[in-house]
Design a protein. Sequence first.
Length: 248
Amino acid sequence: MKYTLVGNGRMGQQVQAVVESSREHEIHAVLDVDAAITPESFRGADVIIDFTVRDAFLANLPAMLASGVPVVVGTTGWDGKIDEVKAMVARNGASLMYSANFSLGVNIFLRTVREAARMIDAFDQFDIALSEQHHTAKADYPSGTALRAAQMVLDASTRKKSVLSDLPEDRKIRPDELQVASIRLGSVFGQHAAHINSEFDDIVISHTARSRQGFAGGAVEAGRWLAGQHAANPGFYTMDDFLDEVLS
């Protein structure tokens, strides 16, 4: 498999290291986020992996989709544009997989949170909130992973209706609001937790990343899977699609 990387930041460098350490894959090209990118930039590649920033990803997306090469996207902060991106993928007959976090451990954490939210929904005495910590260089908050966990809780709960990422002034949090708290601290790779509370219990489900290698390795594996899907079933995919097939 030949991988073209868009973005040469910390995550891009980690993906490059994972690919170069593999006997099955190789780096076809590394494109700087500020480079002039066209569909021809990806000629000869089997997979594109994008770890850049929101504006660069959205600007480069038309060229990536027009190239005909499947695209794996780890860039976050553009969830408000997701319907537009899905439409662009469909118009181009392209394949794109998006995940705020490609770590297999994180995705197991997310599924565990979803199941816990489903179980406590039957018992009014339980409340739930989410928290996340990342390094001070992270531009967006809450993290994409925290927002994904929040959406899973909202989907599983009949009591939580909306996400609250900043505490309101001069009022209490409402029972139907799901708090997602963010901390930016030093060089923390990433910590996420679901906090479940009742008068009698405290339950904490958490994931702590020890390095970026878990994220990078998951993105490389997702790219290999997406390339296999592209010929017969182009479309917009998530890590849930990947895991559903693996776990089946």
